[in-house]
Design a binder for this molecule. Sequence first.
Ligand code: FAD
Length: 261
Amino acid sequence: MIQRDYLIIGGGIGGASACEGVRRHDKRGSVTLVGAEVFPPYKRWILSKDFLREKDPHPKKLLEPSEAWYEKYKIETRFGTVVTQFNIDRRLAVLANGETIEFNKACLAMGSRPVRPPVAGTSLGNVIYLRTIRDAFALKETATHEKGIMVVGGGLLACEAAASLRMMKLKVGLMHRDSYLLDRYIDPETGTWLTEYFAKHGVTLSMGESLNGFEGKTVLRNIQTKSGNLPGHMGRQLLNISRRRKKGFMQWATWRFILIE
Ligand SMILES: Cc1cc2nc3c(=O)[nH]c(=O)nc-3n(C[C@H](O)[C@H](O)[C@H](O)COP(=O)(O)OP(=O)(O)OC[C@H]3O[C@@H](n4cnc5c(N)ncnc54)[C@H](O)[C@@H]3O)c2cc1C
């Protein structure tokens, strides 16, 4: 059994910050950071911004702190490793490979993960949730094959991704169930201005529209909406594309997601 003074679970920026915090107060205690992703903690928030837009982005540029930092501060790291069991009474955590870590103190920094909307077709192979570096690469790859993209959702991430994809010169549609973008954050007047701004920059908007489901056997063939209408422009695109190979991705956080046809 492995014994550690500190066990940090979650290889996101929260986990990395916890390691930094521990080292500020305890220079010697043994620390293990366990993260499910194969990458060390990185700036996840760049994924929908520069990382998406850059032609040849390198994950190393996103790392925070650098890989060398863990070595310098003697933090043992186990990336690509999931903690499957956690028992606070016995102070034990079990890793997916069966190893057990006994700890004095633990920090749970497991963040969040995208929630799948309760509609049909969310597991189609070409539906991608934008959360990790891998998702961002999958989206970039998809964007090289497909010219039309449908973003569903009108929150921060949806707006950011739509703007980035538009800057990549892709045709972008955006479907949102409210009447203006960022409705949870800004007033109607500003929201209406923002919505018009997106339209002016070539995003085909379908406001007041909700997702009903995705059609397709293994890949996305069609998007069903509550009103039954796809945005005219994007709808035609979908129909066209449905006769050939189509790609899609979805980013979903609470009630937002993004689709690439
Ligand atoms: C595309 C995108 C853009 C964003 N833009 C912004 C922005 O502009 N501004 C802003 O403030 N925020 C933004 N955010 C949100 C921000 O990235 C998150 O708030 C932040 O990443 C949370 O960090 P965290 O470490 O708490 O959790 P996470 O980043 O979710 O990291 C948790 C980690 O724990 C791992 N994990 C979970 N369970 C286990 C387990 N059992 N065993 C091992 N590891 C596990 C996960 O795999 C993950 O790597 C954005 C998010 C995304 C996805």
